[in-house]
Structure formats: C-alpha cells, structure tokens
Design a protein around this ligand. Structure first.
Ligand code: 5GP
Length: 193
C-alpha cells in the first residue's frame, strides 16, 4: 500500500535491533485518516470472505482493529496479555514471546467471545518473528474457530514470521513489507507487491 510505505519512509524511525518505530502515526499517536484507508484496503483484500469477528492482541492492535472492523461490520475481540480479575470463567490461552520486550507472556481470550465455527480475521500492527500471530492461531485452534486470514500493517520480511504463517496456508495480507532497513542510514527497502 503506497500510502503506508510513503508514511513509513517519511516518519518511521529505524532503531538498532531491527525495530521500526512508527509512534507518530500508528503506535502512540494514531493517524485515523491513514488507518481508515488501511481498513478499506483490508476490506478490499478480504472482500470475498465471510468474517464473523476480528481478533487482535493488546495493546497496539486494538485501535487499528477497531477501525478496520467498521469496514467489515463485525466485533473486535482482543487477546489479553495477562490473567486479570475482569476475565471470568474459562479462557483459551497461549504463550507468546514478545519481540519488542523480549519476554514471554500469556495471551488469553474468554470462551464467551470466540466460538466453534467462527470465521475469524486476525489483525495486528507488525509481523516480525510471528509469535503473536501464532499465539492467536493457537487460540483459534483451541476454540475450533476458522482463521479466514491475517491482515498486518507492517511485515518485516527479513524476519521469519511471514514465511511461518504462509507455510501454514494462512491467507496473509501485509500492507507494507520491509525487506531491509538500516539503523545507521535510516534507509528502508520495501518489497514490490
Ligand atoms: P512477532 O510476534 O511477530 O515477533 O512480533 C509482532 C509484535 O511485536 C507486534 O504485535 C508488535 O507490537 C511488536 N513488534 C515487532 N516488531 C516491531 C517493530 O519493528 N516495531 C514495532 N513498533 N513493533 C514491533
């Protein structure tokens, strides 16, 4: 998606350790006009699919998923990152290793909000090593829900996540794929799509 690539080039900051900061328009301050366009694009890319709900993971996926969901007219469910007293009854859960924080945490979804046979679209901001998406896939498997596909804003194509998800036959759509980035020069190379 050219609009997103241009914005990443303009405002994205390449940090050491393969981290791309997009705090000024996606991860801290959010450019709603841009995210709206991303929502329209996901709707176009998954136009043929019947979708019952969107599943994401807190925190940075939530705002994006909510805007995207308006184009599909479905609810958003977000996986919570730790057991809280607010979540009652049984949960589906999975362990996820955080790329940005380097620690392992549990993600969980109440059994009330994801059901057998649900057609689920996964949405997240970044795809790096794939742990977050694999965790959501595991939750859907446990729930016997059907994953229709995964929509990602920024895939870092030089990390393994994209391959792992595609190898599983999941319909993965990434709006921008970064094939290389250099923290010294700030240069970013996008994959032609
Ligand atoms: P994965 O689980 O695929 O390794 O990493 C995906 C998760 O880590 C995303 O939910 C995102 O929040 C975070 N993440 C991974 N790489 C980056 C990055 O380069 N920049 C930012 N802002 N977040 C990232």
């Amino acid at each position: 998606m050219k609009l997103l690539e241009e914005r990443i080039r303009k405002d994205g900051i390449v940090r050491a350790g393969n981290v791309l900061k997009v705090d000024s328009f996606l991860n801290h301050q959010m450019d709603i006009e841009l995210i709206n366009e991303m929502g329209k694009e996901f709707k176009r890319l998954f136009a043929d699919e019947q979708i019952d709900r969107i599943l994401t993971v807190e925190a940075s996926g939530i705002g994006i998923a909510c805007i995207v969901a308006q184009y599909f007219g479905v609810p958003v469910v977000f996986a919570k990152k730790s057991q809280t007293k607010n979540i009652d009854g049984d949960v589906y859960s999975s362990k996820v290793e955080s790329f940005t924080h380097g620690r392992i945490y549990d993600v969980m979804v109440s059994k009330k909000y994801i059901h057998e046979g649900d057609r689920v679209l996964l949405i997240d901001d970044f795809l790096a090593n794939g742990c977050a998406l694999l965790g959501l896939l595991e939750i859907c498997e446990e729930a016997k829900a059907h994953v229709v596909g995964a929509g990602i804003c920024v895939e870092k194509g030089f990390q393994q996540g994209g391959d792992l998800i595609r190898e599983r036959g999941i319909h993965l759509e990434s709006l921008a794929i970064v094939d290389a980035m250099d923290s010294q020069t700030g240069a970013i190379t996008f994959r032609e799509q």
